[in-house]
Write a protein that binds this ligand. Structure first.
Ligand SMILES: *[C@@H]1O[C@H](CO)[C@@H](O)[C@H](O)[C@H]1NC(C)=O
Ligand SMILES: *[C@@H]1O[C@H](CO)[C@@H](O)[C@H](O)[C@H]1NC(C)=O
Ligand SMILES: *[C@@H]1O[C@H](CO)[C@@H](O)[C@H](O)[C@H]1NC(C)=O
Ligand SMILES: *[C@@H]1O[C@H](CO)[C@@H](O)[C@H](O)[C@H]1NC(C)=O
Ligand SMILES: *[C@@H]1O[C@H](CO)[C@@H](O)[C@H](O)[C@H]1NC(C)=O
Ligand SMILES: *[C@@H]1O[C@H](CO)[C@@H](O)[C@H](O)[C@H]1NC(C)=O
Ligand SMILES: *[C@@H]1O[C@H](CO)[C@@H](O)[C@H](O)[C@H]1NC(C)=O
Ligand SMILES: *[C@@H]1O[C@H](CO)[C@@H](O)[C@H](O)[C@H]1NC(C)=O
Ligand SMILES: *[C@@H]1O[C@H](CO)[C@@H](O)[C@H](O)[C@H]1NC(C)=O
Ligand SMILES: *[C@@H]1O[C@H](CO)[C@@H](O)[C@H](O)[C@H]1NC(C)=O
Length: 522
């Protein structure tokens, strides 16, 4: 009897326990189902992944609770995650994320923008992806996210974009694509981005920019195209950028600047063209830049500037022409901006050129006296010029080459050399020669020759050699028009001198300029 009772109790207890357990399990199951229904089927909280095998791990800063994190930093470990892998669905567990970044570990690769994850993040403001291998960006990769304000994608091996790669992002202000391998920018890549203010393309391999590539970016303020491979631009390259304030084109491969290249940039204030290979600049290259205040042309190959180059940029207050091969800068060149250069915050940098010491640059003395700018004064004090006969004779060889190209060139040079030798030796003040021993070009020529590079201001203005009369050329300039007709409001009369013809005129002027000097000394 007792045995029976014990057995019955045991069975009852077992049943009760089993019942209890199954109820719990059922409850859990239904809970889970409820979760799934609400959140679009995610498997786990992306901020709380404990599974060591997981392909993605995120560290969430403010809170790891479900639907409550605002900032997540994620590492992608595994390669070969499919675009619709369930891991991306797990981002539905944190729909309040405002800041999200992905770092791809060396052993993992990711070759697309994880649009499936972004799909759940309607509040996202900032997206960063680094070290991925995303060769191209597909249309609407950023899911038309309405609150997204910045997309930061450095070092991702990006090469190309599809049309509408960056599109329908109404609050986007910044795109950073630094240090990728982008080779070209096509049309309609940037589309319907009404608030975009800044694009950074620094350190890519861009050689081709389609006409009108930026045409919808009406609000863009800053465009960084420095450290690329750009060698060609035309008047449609920057179409539509009516509000651009800063354009950085430093460290590219630009040789020529043609007419009206920047004509659409009505509001541009800063144009940086340093460290290119600029040699030919059209007299009208900067036309239309009425708001330009800063222009840098340093580290180029400029030998001469067309006389009216700055006529279209009368607001210029900062001009950097350092490290070119300019042999002169005339008052004609500088006249349109001379008054600006006298103001307190002006900046005129002319060091490291091949200026020839003569009275064409006499205006520098006056400017130094009259300018309020300490920067300009300090920089002008360091300007050097050359009295080296070989420098002058190089100018001669060019002249003879251009003007009397049929004549034996070497004969012309040696003759000129002798004459210059005599004339220069007469206007050099021997007592000042010791100074120039330290000068940059001192040992460039034969080491026994006297160094002839001088600090410009050690030569009093009245001692600068000058011709008795500068004969003006009467040659009619060859008229070469840009193949595309300029817009009506851009046509200015009588300024269609093409750069080459402008140059040959200059050379004629130089010859006429020097011959009288030499004759007076011979
Ligand atoms: C979210 O986190 C904040 C603190 O970071 C906390 O005050 C709040 O109660 C949390 N909300 C939910 C729904 O968990
Ligand atoms: C975007 O931000 C606004 C303002 O903070 C907010 O009201 C809205 O819910 C966010 N999400 C979407 C999808 O617009
Ligand atoms: C984004 O918007 C465009 C145009 O409205 C639409 O064609 C496209 O399918 C949208 N893409 C996504 C991912 O929402
Ligand atoms: C994003 O833009 C929409 C209008 O397109 C606006 O209603 C919303 O508030 C903006 N969100 C933010 C965060 O500015
Ligand atoms: C840059 O692009 C050119 C073609 O335009 C290519 O030949 C070169 O290899 C590229 N350089 C790099 C570093 O990708
Ligand atoms: C630059 O202009 C010169 C003279 O017009 C021309 O010979 C040269 O091919 C041009 N270079 C480029 C890169 O367009
Ligand atoms: C510059 O100023 C000094 C002293 O004020 C004056 O002697 C000199 O003539 C001026 N030079 C020029 C070129 O105006
Ligand atoms: C001018 O040259 C001196 C010595 O060569 C140098 O110390 C100084 O920094 C230079 N000043 C400017 C403004 O370049
Ligand atoms: C030119 O200068 C060199 C050294 O500076 C000198 O040896 C030579 O005699 C000079 N020529 C003439 C024609 O004076
Ligand atoms: C040469 O320099 C000395 C002293 O520096 C000066 O007295 C003389 O006038 C200068 N001569 C010329 C021609 O500049």
């Amino acid at each position: 009897m007792e045995e029976k009772i014990t057995k019955i109790i045991f069975v009852l207890i077992t049943l009760a326990l089993m019942n209890e357990m199954s109820i719990k399990v059922l409850a859990k199951e239904s809970n889970k189902r409820r979760f799934r229904d609400k959140t679009g089927g995610f498997r786990k909280n992306i901020c709380d992944v404990t599974d060591r095998e997981s392909k993605v791990h995120c560290y969430c800063e403010n809170s790891r609770e479900l639907k409550n994190a605002t900032k997540a930093e994620c590492w992608v470990f595994n390669s070969g995650i499919l675009k619709d892998d369930v891991i991306w669905q797990s981002f539905a567990s944190q729909p309040a994320l405002k800041t999200l970044s992905f770092s791809i570990r060396v052993d993992g690769t990711l070759n697309y923008i994880p649009s499936k994850a972004l799909h759940y993040l309607k509040d996202l403001r900032s997206l960063t992806i680094r070290y991925a291998a995303i060769t191209d960006i597909t249309p609407y990769a950023f899911n038309n996210l309405t609150n997204l304000t910045e997309i930061i994608l450095p070092q991702n091996e990006i090469e190309t974009f599809h049309q509408h790669a960056f599109a329908h992002l109404p609050n986007l202000t910044l795109i950073n694509l630094e240090d990728n391998t982008i080779t070209e920018i096509g049309t309609e890549v940037f589309y319907d981005l009404p608030e975009l203010q800044k694009i950074i393309f620094t350190k890519n391999n861009i050689s081709s920019i389609a006409d009108g590539a930026f045409q919808y970016l009406y609000k863009l303020l800053d465009l960084f195209l420095n450290r690329n491979n750009i060698f060609r631009m035309n008047r449609h390259t920057f179409d539509g950028l009516a509000n651009l304030r800063k354009l950085d084109l430093r460290q590219n491969h630009i040789h020529n600047l043609t007419e009206f290249t920047f004509a659409e940039l009505w509001n541009l204030q800063e144009l940086l063209l340093g460290k290119n290979y600029l040699k030919y600049v059209s007299e009208r290259a900067f036309d239309g830049l009425s708001q330009l205040r800063k222009l840098s042309l340093d580290d180029n190959k400029l030998v001469t500037l067309p006389s009216g180059l700055f006529a279209g940029v009368r607001g210029l207050i900062s001009l950097d022409l350092r490290s070119n091969e300019l042999y002169t800068l005339t008052l004609d060149n500088i006249k349109p901006i001379l008054d600006n250069l006298k103001s307190q915050n002006s900046n005129l940098l002319l060091q490291d050129n091949n200026f020839v010491c003569d009275c064409r640059m006499k205006w520098i003395h006056t400017l130094r006296n009259e300018t309020q700018s300490q920067n300009t004064i300090l920089a002008l004090d360091n300007v050097t010029c050359n009295m080296d006969p070989t420098v002058v004779s190089t100018a001669y060889s060019k002249m003879f080459h251009v003007i009397e190209y049929k004549r034996d060139r070497h004969h012309g040079i040696s003759q000129a050399d002798d004459k210059i030798n005599i004339s220069v030796s007469q206007y050099i003040n021997i007592s000042e020669r010791e100074n120039s021993h330290k000068a940059k070009y001192s040992d460039r020529k034969s080491p026994t020759k006297l160094p002839l590079t001088r600090t410009f201001f050690t030569i009093p203005p009245e001692n600068l050699p000058c011709p008795r009369e500068v004969t003006k050329t009467t040659e009619v300039p060859q008229i070469v028009m840009d193949p595309v007709m300029p817009l009506q409001n851009k046509i200015k009369t009588n300024r269609h001198q093409e750069m080459n013809s402008a140059r040959s005129i200059k050379i004629v002027t130089i010859l006429l300029f020097y011959v009288p000097v030499l004759c007076t000394f011979v």
